[in-house]
Design a protein around this ligand. Structure first.
Ligand code: NAI
Ligand code: MG
Length: 484
């Protein structure tokens, strides 16, 4: 390596007007939680407290659901669809206008690099509102029958890895289909959802159509169990997803669940190796590997394994780890101490079970939560690092000799959210894609998202789809879906 170094290019936090405390957003206003409880949200890169957040309990959830029900009955379900669409357009435009502010707040609260929040999270979130704005007055032409009907009040619980983007995935289709919502952001990343509440006010969205209640898993469970909710939309761990499925069984509530993953990224020996290496890096190190569809199992054809791993290690040595607010940073902070502990625990199991750990040499900041980009070679299918979702910048490498073996290894998982195929031969890509049990399959690319494209899993990766026409159908009644 030469001595050439980038100068720091820090984004200014000045644009973010983070209040010292936030209430709950219910009925179009910020209100204090009834019991007056609160919790802190911190910047995981510095461990500094960013703000004090209202903690919603059962009684606050009840107030939020009542507000959503009243808005549904009196306003939103009666409004002509094209008027609903206008609100969604307005929200999308305001998000674009305030994009820089959203990106800065997201990076401060989550720890992800500003480059990613600025270029991925925020533009995609706005794109989801634009896309669904267009659907609002066209539902009757979407093949769901001539009179598609909304469900009513939707409870939505989202995780911390893409806070604003997951909010957009949830709220945009729900509103376009004519539902009202109560959304609970994750406890470590509530700030962009609260900023979004301000956008709803700015857009003049009728009060109660969107309610944001902050809190933890107990708050989420209170929302799931509220009797006046018609549907639950959840993204998060498979464990909580299962508990939600149990909680709503026997009720009339429906659910979409976007859960974990352990995606195979398969590299065949005829692949363009340099491109595949970029795709491997993007697949596992994007967003610190806090990605449900991350390419966390690299499945390499044996005769190119050495070449790919050599190039991958060289490329990993160039990954810039550190201050998420620096525009040159590639890998930011781990979102929380709990998540860092989990990554350490499973990686240590990898050492104990006999796999070989490698990371480039680098100095991690002393404050905050950090984990270096890491690969494990010599991994077998029974290792925990090959089976469990690590949800961090850790790649497990397996090898194969024949295409059939690649498919067998790729499908040997309880998950089935995504997969990647790297090959020069279209026929091989199509052959492999057909056999892979995964909801999303990328070929010669990875982690590409579009609001028009449905996303969701097989097996323990979840129920239902989000995005596109398929995602919309999850926010309409069963009668509406009969003629699908
Ligand atoms: P989690 O599933 O506990 O949290 C996700 C959301 O669900 C948060 O808003 C949380 O407050 C809420 N929640 C927790 N318990 C709940 C309950 N009983 N009822 C309703 N809502 C509840 O995930 P956590 O603890 O943050 O992460 C644990 C692991 O889950 C991660 O290490 C990762 O492997 C996986 N995960 C997967 C995600 C994905 O996108 N597939 C996202 C986040 C976590
Ligand atoms: Mg935070």
């Amino acid at each position: 390596m030469s001595d050439f170094e980038y100068a720091n290019a820090p984004e200014s936090p000045a644009i973010a007007n983070i209040a010292s405390n936030y209430g709950l957003f219910i009925g179009g206003k910020f209100v204090q939680p009834k019991k007056g409880k609160s919790f802190n949200t911190i910047n995981p890169a510095t461990e500094e407290v960013l703000s004090k957040i209202g903690y919603a309990d059962k009684s606050d959830i009840d107030a939020a659901v009542k507000s959503a029900r009243s808005a549904y009955l009196k306003v939103w379900s009666k409004m002509p669809a094209k008027e609903r669409g206008k609100y969604l357009y307005r929200i999308a435009r305001i998000m674009q206008e305030r994009a820089r502010e959203f990106a800065v707040v997201e990076t401060l609260d989550n720890g992800k690099p500003i480059r990613e929040s600025r270029d991925t999270d925020v533009p995609l979130a706005a794109a989801h509102f634009f896309y669904h704005a267009g659907w609002a007055d066209k539902l009757e032409f979407a093949g769901f029958g001539s009179k598609p009907k909304s469900l009513g009040v939707v409870g939505q619980v989202i995780p911390w890895n893409f806070p604003l983007l997951m909010l957009a995935w949830k709220i945009a289709p729900a509103l376009a289909a004519g539902n009202t919502v109560v959304l609970k952001p994750a406890e470590t990343t509530p700030l962009t959802a609260l900023l979004f509440a301000e956008v709803c006010q700015q857009a003049g969205l009728p009060e109660g159509v969107v309610n944001i209640v902050t809190g933890d898993g107990v708050t989420g469970a209170a929302l799931v169990n509220h009797p006046d909710i018609n549907k639950i939309a959840f993204t998060g761990s498979t464990e909580v997803g299962k508990s939600i499925a149990r909680a709503i069984s026997g009720s009339k509530k429906t659910a979409t669940l976007e859960l974990g993953g352990k995606a195979a990224n398969i590299v065949f020996d005829d692949a363009a190796i340099d491109e595949a290496v970029e795709g491997i890096v993007n697949g596992i190190f994007f967003n610190q590997g806090h990605v449900c569809c991350a390419g966390s199992r690299l499945i390499l054809q044996e005769n190119v394994a050495e070449e790919v791993l050599d190039k991958l290690k060289k490329r990993m040595s160039l990954i810039r780890v550190g201050d998420p607010m620096d525009k040159n940073t590639d890998l930011g902070a781990i979102n929380s101490k709990e998540q860092l502990n989990k990554i350490n625990e499973i990686s240590n199991a990898g050492d104990k079970e006999g796999a070989n750990r490698w990371s480039p040499e680098l100095k991690l900041p002393s404050k905050g939560f950090w984990f270096p980009p890491t690969i494990f070679t010599g991994v077998t299918q029974s290792h925990r690092i090959a089976r469990e979702e690590i949800f961090g910048p850790v790649l497990s490498v397996l090898t194969f000799r024949t295409p059939a073996e690649a498919i067998e290894k790729a499908n040997n998982t309880m998950y089935g959210l995504s997969a990647g195929i790297w090959s020069d031969k279209g026929s091989k890509v199509l052959w492999a894609a057909k056999q892979l049990k995964a909801g999303v399959i990328w070929s010669n690319t990875f982690n590409k998202f579009d609001p028009a494209s449905p996303f969701g899993g097989y097996k323990e990766s979840g129920w239902g789809r989000e995005g596109g026409r398929h995602g919309l159908s999850g926010y309409l009644t069963a009668e509406a879906k009969v003629n699908k």
